[in-house]
Design a protein around this ligand. Sequence first.
Ligand code: HEM
Length: 514
Amino acid sequence: SGFPASLKNGLSKLGIPNEILNVLFSWVVGNQDYPKIPEAKGALNAIRNEPFFIPLYELYLTYGGIFRLTFGPKSFLIVSDPSIAKHILKDNSKFYSKGILAEILDFVMGKGLIPADGEIWRVRRRAIVPALHQKYVAAMVNLFGQASDRLCQKLDAAASDGEDVEMESLFSRLTLDIIGRAVFNYEFDSLTNDTGIVEAVYTVLREAEDRSVAPIPTWEIPIWKDISPRQKKVNAALKLVNETLDSLIDICKRLVEQEDLQFHEEYMNDEDPSILHFLLASGDDVSSKQLRDDLMTMLIAGHETSAAVLTWTFYILSQEPGAMAKLQNEVDSVIGDRYPTIEDMKKLKYTTRVINESLRLYPQPPVLIRRSLEKDVLGKYPIRSGEDIFISVWSLHRSPHLWDEAEKFNPERWPLDGPNPNETNQNFCYLPFGGGPRKCVGDMFATFETVVAVAMLVRRFDFQIAVGAPPVKMTTGATIHTTEGLKMTVTRRTKPLIVPTLEMPALNTSGSMG
Ligand code: HEM
């Protein structure tokens, strides 16, 4: 079916109406002996002006756990069924690639771990996962505390001045500062200043997000792609970020050469605990380009996702005073007046459930993308190779068939003393970090990061939607953003606790606030 499909695609691009093409090509696609996937037709108009996962959810309620959606020459399978999701992500994951996602992200991530498939992915995954060992994560908890503390100082100043704050952009800066240190030991310091490199990172990120929702790939148009001012800006930003990463790799290589290191499973350099340092110290035999692609991938993967989780968690909390009070109580009693430590992560049970539940209601990203590499059977339906598939995590997470009061924020839907919810113990109804071999490598990192940030912030401040703030609505790039920011009024809960100095204490796991 590859040739007819591309022929049809080509004819459609020439402007031949799809209805005619469908009739012409129906004979090639085959007869109707097997059950045919329900087809959602004419539902496209709904897609304007709304984040696309909302109409997908409506269509799921009408057409069920798998249906086909056709846009002109393109057709997608939309999956919102936990057992089909499990089949694609886990049981038969070898039959699926990242498809469109890899195409869209190629300009920035190259063959990095998120878009890569096959042998490259296998080798890189095996190299990178060990870098996120227990001791590393413990050191990171300390880093999360320090970075969150800098955000607290900013909020403290705003509270003094009686100024409202736009939390979404602050969270984006917080998580950028964290991921820079965590992945390649670089201090973006974006909470404090706007350097060229910070702006370049945002330009690249915005481009990646715009491309993932753009109806027409203008960046592929010959000549235009070289002369459009926008593409020029993107190319310049990409060049700056790439050069910065290359020089960080060089610096780190020299450090590792000078180091008298004994590499072992939990190897970590205390001055530079970054993933990059681990990879180089491990003797990871890889080209600089591949290493750069992986660093860029982790920078992007670990930045906007965590920021979005924090944004939506604070939005939810502003609507749920009861949950906020409970959260503040727990935080007061567990961490009191100090930085959280890795041991505290087990004790901040309600805080963890708040994050788990925030990720259920606002999954980041709201859909997972795959392409079939072989013929397969999904549920009772045979599919061709080359099918583009969206697994709608949003629909799974909000399905009235899978959850009690699915729309309700209820952190205690999972008992506080029970295991943390994950895709396995929730039978693929809950996929905040994906599942199967391509599951997020940063799941624990990200959970602790958001738990620490929430704990530090709610311990010191109360948060309310600012008077006169624009309504908080959703829009999508790769993650769910607000349309006009999350403007909040921040008030101190008590008189300032010990005000820590601006200097960064050395990274350690003692967790004392100095
Ligand atoms: C993959 C979510 C933070 C690194 C994924 C996937 C999801 C996800 C859903 C699976 C994508 C797919 O199957 O197509 C999240 C969320 C985060 C987060 C919600 C924050 C709350 C991070 C962080 C890092 C990271 C902090 C890095 C330290 C990665 C990588 C992959 C990935 C490298 C690709 C893994 C592979 O394909 O083998 N993430 N992530 N993520 N994530 Fe995360």
